[in-house]
Design a protein around this ligand. Structure first.
Ligand code: TPW
Ligand code: MG
Length: 547
């Protein structure tokens, strides 16, 4: 027997969690005490719960494992809702551990502080944005409940919710078991694989498109082998940008319909068999498509369900499907007659002159930086920085390309730094930085030193592209670089290409504190991808409105 708090922490660790992110409060103080004193998992505290959620989400994405967010009841947990909604949408397995009133308090008849409507309103809200939940009120069943919920998080790669009433922290309980993963029914798997193999064998121009689930389930190496064995061209979705980044050149590019690289768009839209592995079928991934899906030519595997043409196979995990396809790859014609398209050429070789900076210049400067010093793991916020990331080499990236929650970039980068101990490069706009940039103030005490490239156009530029007539999209010029020293970092404001190159170089060579490179951009200077994306998005919205 050990305490429930210790059992929960050991259980999290046994299920692959490597650290916690959180903010304490009185309903979770006793649990935080166990966290600190037991040392079972390290804990990073941040300043505002949205950042806790983003950091835990990014840690899960980078580790292909569980992220953990620990918050107090009500005021803390409700602050986490948006980040968990985003993690749900983008299939990131974040475990929410929320403090709650103890049994005696629940029965007291008082409204409790931090309570919204009923005592269980918090649970009801999280039920909507998590795939499994447990309220740990019974020491006998708690270990099994925790095990079930953590298995759900891993199996479905979605957030889960564990509520820990504060009077339960020290309850003696058994250890948390690790339940085995539920595998595919062998007959269903065989039938499904037969169908896919037949479809591929009959195709003359198949394409493999990958999205985030292949990372969530740790399948990138296998997918690379599959793609090479079959000789099928691979593209990522917009949301899946950065996948297979460490493998040398198996990815042809990122599909973004009319806003993307025309060669990639043509490849996808003219494919006579489209294998979508772990792909979120959402508007940011597909609304800019010139053609609607022809389901007869499409295989879609997502959320433990495989759809082959019009046949649907439930309870069929992607891991099992990929293994089965690998085992059968030899049966499929391995080289299709048409050559793979040239891979996207990314801008490089930025000239150090006194010209003003454009978003493409930032991409070029970062590509050059990576050439000189090696690639860094990246996170990006929403805004033109994310479209600019499409012009940076296809290296590891975590970004909310579908849910599009602003404020993700900086805390996600902190999460990546804490979880991987690698040094991340964070891309963020001025509007998004206004939301969560302050979190950089937490880097110093954890010895984290991310490099932040802040795209300061004094504008909600992406919205201005949608609706140029609106004055509210003009933001003031905050002097972000000047705030960096107060937050324990270095800040430099750059306005010319020479300054940009030199500032990035200084940032890389200086270690131990965060570096903020505040890049001044003229309003109206956007990446080409952003302009084309917004135009295409508006078109598809108007088309949908006319239906
Ligand atoms: C939490 C809506 C999408 S893009 C954008 C807004 C307000 C402007 C971003 O400004 P920023 O970047 O960061 O300066 P840039 O390149 O466009 O200038 N609230 C949330 N999420 C979203 N997506 C919005 C509002 C939005
Ligand atoms: Mg901006």
């Amino acid at each position: 027997m050990q305490t429930l708090a210790a059992s929960l922490l050991q259980g999290l660790k046994a299920h692959g969690a490597r650290e916690l992110f959180g903010i304490p409060g009185d309903f979770v103080l006793a649990f935080f005490k166990v966290v600190e004193e037991s040392g079972i998992l390290p804990c990073v505290t941040l300043s505002h719960e949205p950042a806790v959620g983003f950091a835990a989400d990014a840690a899960a994405r980078y580790n292909s494992g569980l992220g953990v967010a620990v918050v107090t009841y009500g005021a803390g947990a409700f602050n986490l809702v948006n980040a968990i909604a985003g993690a749900y949408a983008e299939r990131s397995p974040v475990v929410v551990i929320a403090g709650a009133p103890g049994a005696g308090e629940r029965a007291s008849g008082f409204l409790l502080h931090h309570q919204a409507r009923s005592v269980d309103t918090q649970f009801a809200v999280f039920k909507e944005i998590t795939c499994d939940q447990a309220i740990l009120t019974d020491p006998v069943t708690a270990p099994q409940e925790i095990a079930r919920v953590l298995r759900s998080a891993r199996e479905r790669s979605l957030p889960v919710y564990i509520e820990l009433p504060r009077d339960m922290v020290d309850a003696p309980v058994a250890p948390v078991p690790v339940l085995p993963r539920r595998v595919a029914d062998p007959e269903a798997l065989r039938e499904c694989t037969d169908e896919i193999v037949a479809k591929l064998a009959a195709a003359s121009s198949p394409v493999l498109m990958v999205d985030v689930e292949i990372r969530r389930y740790g399948l990138e190496d296998k997918i690379e082998t599959l793609a090479r064995t079959l000789g099928v061209p691979v593209v990522t979705t917009f949301m899946g940008r950065g996948l297979l980044g460490s493998s040398s050149g198996v990815v042809c590019g990122t599909y973004l319909g009319s806003a993307g690289d025309p060669a990639v768009t043509q490849l996808v839209e003219e494919a006579d068999a489209l294998l979508l592995l772990g792909v979120i079928v959402c508007d940011t991934n597909f609304a800019l498509s010139q053609k609607s899906f022809d389901w007869r030519r499409t295989v879609l595997a997502i959320d433990r369900t495989v759809r082959v043409g019009h046949h649907v196979y439930p309870d069929l995990p992607l891991e099992d499907l990929v293994d089965a396809l690998l085992a059968r790859a030899g049966e499929i014609r391995s080289v299709w007659p048409r050559p793979a398209p040239p891979r996207a050429a990314y801008p490089r070789g930025l000239v150090a002159d006194d010209q003003a900076i454009t978003p493409t210049d930032i991409a070029a400067a970062i590509n050059d930086l990576f050439d000189r010093h090696g690639a860094m793991p990246m996170t990006s916020d929403v805004g033109d920085c994310l479209f600019t990331a499409l012009e940076i080499d296809n290296t590891a990236l975590a970004a909310p390309g579908y849910y599009a929650g602003m404020g993700f970039g900086v805390p996600a980068g902190i999460g990546v730094a804490a979880a991987t101990r690698e040094r991340p490069l964070i891309l963020v706009g001025d509007g998004a930085f206004q939301m969560t940039g302050w979190e950089l103030g937490n880097c110093r005490r954890y010895g984290l030193d991310p490099i932040v490239v802040l795209f300061n156009n004094c504008s909600w530029e992406m919205l201005r592209v949608f609706q140029p007539e609106s004055q509210f999209n003009y933001l003031d010029d905050w002097n972000f670089a000047a705030t960096a020293p107060a937050l324990g970092g270095y800040g430099e404001r750059v306005a010319t290409r020479r300054e940009l190159i030199e500032s990035l170089e200084r940032a890389v060579t200086r270690r131990g504190r965060f570096s903020l490179v505040e890049v001044m951009l003229a309003r109206g200077t956007t990446s080409r991808a952003l302009a084309r994306f917004v135009a295409g998005f508006k078109l598809s919205r108007d088309r949908a409105a006319q239906k």
